[in-house]
Design a protein. Structure first.
Ligand SMILES: [Zn+2]
Length: 164
């Protein structure tokens, strides 16, 4: 993969990841740790005693098959899910490291990847309809994600939300 990513390429990378789910590619990914372990043999370690500001860290990536991601054990599942999807973004987009983009850009790209993986527009709209939910907090609980992530995504996509 090139080190220059457009938003549409990142969205496509996320779609490619969803394709790994086969018949479940239109379903919510409720357990990102299991997704990483099953599809990429990435080991996830829950780390105690971390500063609250640290969400997750790729601990070892000397070999692509032996990546270990540490995640802050004190964070709720909803937050850990997003953090792990973000790290998967780094792993897929920034692993080669030939001409790494600046740190801020890398972080934005990993966040964008996580959002496209967990809340792709078409699926999010279909879930809202299927569950008859237009309250980000309720949908967040259903999807094992944090309310703030859902609120931001609703805003981005112009989905009218109740319960603010
Ligand atoms: Zn990051």
């Amino acid at each position: 993969m090139s080190t220059r990513y457009t938003e549409s390429r990142i969205a496509q990378a996320a779609l490619d990841q969803r394709a790994l789910l086969g018949p479940f590619k239109h379903s919510a990914i409720l357990d990102v740790q299991a997704f990483l372990e099953r599809n990429h043999a990435i080991q996830v370690r829950h780390e105690d005693g971390w500063d609250d500001r640290i969400s997750a860290v790729m601990i070892r990536r000397a070999h692509p098959d032996r990546t270990v991601i540490g995640v802050n054990a004190s964070h709720p599942l909803a937050r850990r899910n997003f953090s792990l999807a973000h790290e998967l973004g780094h792993w897929l987009l920034h692993r080669s490291g030939a001409f790494p983009p600046g740190r801020d850009l890398r972080e934005r790209q990993a966040d964008l990847f996580a959002v496209e993986l967990l809340l792709p527009e078409r699926l999010l709209r279909s879930w809202c309809e299927a569950y008859r939910i237009d309250d980000p907090a309720r949908l967040a609980r259903r999807l094992c994600l944090s309310t703030s992530v859902l609120r931001r995504r609703f805003e981005e996509l112009g989905i009218a939300a109740r319960g603010r």
